[in-house]
Design a protein around this ligand. Structure first.
Ligand SMILES: [Fe+2]
Length: 346
């Protein structure tokens, strides 16, 4: 078996492959690690067959849809998953065949209704059902402490105690545990009384995960995160440094058009000498009047360097082949003490 554990903050994802056939699967991929999964698979000459999410994540951004699209590989989730773009919906007891590996689906609702664990050979990918020294929470959408109790005490604790446990999260840098260790030491598995367990889960008073709304929106719909939108735009435009722009400003370069895409009041409060004002929200509607020359070298700038990236990408897609974005924004420009103009119209 070929096996890689990929850690992103507290999130754990896995690449598992069959050494005999080069077939492989990724479990719970995280969006910032897409290149890493592809690189690891390439390094070991693996062909990805499945992209599997153990459940609908509320606290990080799944890369499943994106990986699946790039590779033409199906996304696998439990049949209870609310995500519309799942290619293979699986149910309890079913097997996924990865070369000579057999990966068994164990439906373990509780953390979410669509939670499942995956067992193969000597290990269990336990999702957020069983964590090292803990369990997934049950207070997020579709969570249910009664179901979690049943999943843990009627399913998980009856598995082979020697199975290694690889969870979807660990916040203390631990890689894995075993069923036996968890039976002995996991505080939540010591609460064997159903009512007491449910009571404990209902009174954890956990804070909501950051990005909850965005994670649920994108993971349930297959839509893009804001970071993805920015990364995709950034991949299509070159950037210019603050220093380079300063040199152009100081030499009075008339070839370069600085396009300030902030709102008009921000522009009037202070802008780069010679900059033209065209707020991002009006870009497409006013581009024909304001930017008649598509061969002009244009540099977009905004407050923080993000909206200007989107604006430069939009300009490029409209045919402005020399549009570039400022690497940084007016905030950094001001903080560097570079020259500003407050007067003058665009
Ligand atoms: Fe989760």
């Amino acid at each position: 078996m070929i096996f890689e554990q990929i850690t992103t903050g507290g999130c754990q994802s896995y690449l598992i492959g069959c050494a005999d056939t080069c077939a492989a699967a990724v479990i719970d991929p995280e969006v910032s690690q897409i290149d890493r999964y592809l690189a690891l698979a390439a390094r070991d000459a693996l062909r990805l067959r499945y992209i599997i999410d153990t459940h609908t994540h509320a606290d990080h951004f799944s890369a499943s849809r994106q990986l699946a699209q790039q590779l033409g590989v199906p996304v696998v989730m439990h049949r209870e998953s609310p995500a519309p773009k799942v290619d293979i919906r699986v149910d309890d007891g079913e097997l996924l065949v990865i070369g000579k590996l057999r990966m068994q689906v164990i439906h373990t609702p509780g953390h979410t209704r669509d939670s499942m664990c995956l067992a193969t050979e000597d290990r269990l990918f336990s999702g957020d059902t069983l964590l090292i020294g803990g369990t997934g929470r049950t207070d997020l959408p579709t969570g249910n402490p009664e179901s979690l109790y049943e999943s843990l005490f009627e399913r998980i604790v009856k598995l082979d105690p020697a199975l290694k446990v690889y969870p979807a999260h660990d916040y203390k840098g631990r890689s894995h545990s075993t069923i036996a260790t968890e039976l002995d030491t996991n505080p939540r598995l010591q609460v064997k009384d159903r009512a007491a367990f449910v009571d404990m889960m209902r009174n954890l008073n956990l804070t909501m995960p950051t990005h909850l709304t965005e994670a649920l929106r994108t993971n349930m719909s297959g839509g893009k995160t804001v970071a993805q939108m920015l990364a995709e735009a950034a991949a299509t435009v070159p950037f210019m440094s603050l220093m380079e722009l300063l040199a152009h400003v100081e030499t009075g370069d008339n070839e370069l058009l600085v396009l300030d895409v902030r709102e008009r009041d921000a522009y009037q409060a202070g802008h780069i000498a010679g900059a033209k004002s065209l707020p991002r929200g009006q870009l497409e509607l006013r581009v024909n009047q304001e930017l008649p020359n598509p061969t002009r070298r244009i540099l977009t700038c905004c407050e923080l360097g993000q909206i200007s990236t989107l604006a430069a990408a939009t300009l490029r897609s409209m045919g402005f082949q020399r549009a570039v974005a400022l690497d940084g924004g007016m905030k950094a420009w001001r903080e560097a003490g570079y020259p500003m103009e407050t007067s003058g119209a665009s």
